[in-house]
Design a protein around this ligand. Structure first.
Ligand code: SAM
Length: 276
């Protein structure tokens, strides 16, 4: 079984490398621990509790990046157990995927259950997405499914900056995550489902609802995803589009890395507006 590059171990953030966030919910060590504990059951529970929508939205995610049979360097951020790789390959058959996650257990499950099928085409890296060693401008496409909601506003700004830094000019990116629907009754139903049914399913199927109760807390914090949208829109190197799915139960943020000329034109236009 291939091993995860040792170099990635040193790339994990020391607690003093990532600024402390006031809300412990978004503490990277806590998030890592949560996914370490969820790793064994994650894929089963994810598909079942999302009633299959998680799979559908991963397909939507990949439709947001240009399909091509040419080789592409793809960075899968917050890659989990490799749930997105098959969809990436269908859309981009020549993709060379670098999958990045900071949970040892999620990576171990990825290695055990998925890596064999993608031998030689997927490289795993144990790293914090906010402290990456990915060289600047070295990636054609960044994708990520369901990894946004465990970041606070400041971390999301950092994530958007990392996307802009690692993508080559003209490269594409796409993120998808669950959100709270805008419509009142649907939002109440959705919250109740996450608050009561999901932990109950955790209790019945896994005898421990603790981790699955956290989903409700992260989603309540993430709301309609506007803090993620604001973070990506504030990044000068990115052109950003937002889409909503199934009455706002999920959202994608996608777009492309601007070329240097476009970025300069955009910032001088912004200066002209400020001067005007
Ligand atoms: C909800 S799972 C998503 C897994 C997978 N992408 C999918 O489609 O189901 C979120 C993953 O993001 C990882 N993660 C969260 N914050 C991270 C960070 N700062 N750096 C790297 N991975 C992170 C977790 O370890 C977990 O595996």
């Amino acid at each position: 079984m291939p091993t995860i590059p040792a170099a990635s171990a040193v790339a994990l953030p020391a607690s003093d490398a990532v600024p402390c966030t006031p809300d412990p919910l978004y503490d990277p060590a806590g998030v890592r621990h949560l996914f370490d504990r969820m790793a064994r059951s994650y894929d089963r529970m994810n598909v079942m509790l999302s009633l299959g929508f998680s799979v559908l939205w991963r397909h939507r995610l990949l439709r947001l990046v240009p399909a091509t049979g040419s080789p592409r360097r793809v960075l899968d951020l917050m890659s989990g157990r490799g749930e997105t790789w098959a969809t990436i390959e269908r859309r981009l058959p020549q993709a060379r995927i670098t999958a990045l996650d900071f949970s040892d257990e999620m990576l171990a499950q990825a290695q055990r259950r998925n890596l064999g099928r993608f031998a030689g085409r997927v490289r795993l890296r144990r790293e914090d997405a906010l402290e990456q060693t990915t060289p600047s401008g070295s990636v054609d496409i960044v994708v990520s499914a369901y990894g946004l909601k465990t970041f606070d506003a400041r971390q999301l700004e950092r994530l958007a900056a990392e996307v802009a830094r690692t993508l080559r000019p003209g490269g594409s990116f796409a993120f998808v995550d669950v959100t709270e629907p805008a419509c009142g009754p649907l939002r109440v139903a959705y919250r109740s489902y996450l608050r009561w049914i999901v932990p109950l399913a955790g209790l019945l199927l896994l005898s421990d609802p603790t981790e699955y109760r956290m989903l409700h807390r992260y989603l309540a914090g993430f709301g309609d995803g506007s803090r993620a949208v604001a973070a990506f829109r504030a990044e000068p190197g990115l052109e950003v589009e937002v889409r909503r799915y199934f009455f706002g139960c999920a959202m994608s943020i996608s777009g492309r890395r601007l070329g240097t000329d476009e970025e300069e034109a955009r910032s001088s236009a912004a200066v002209r507006i400020l001067e005007g």
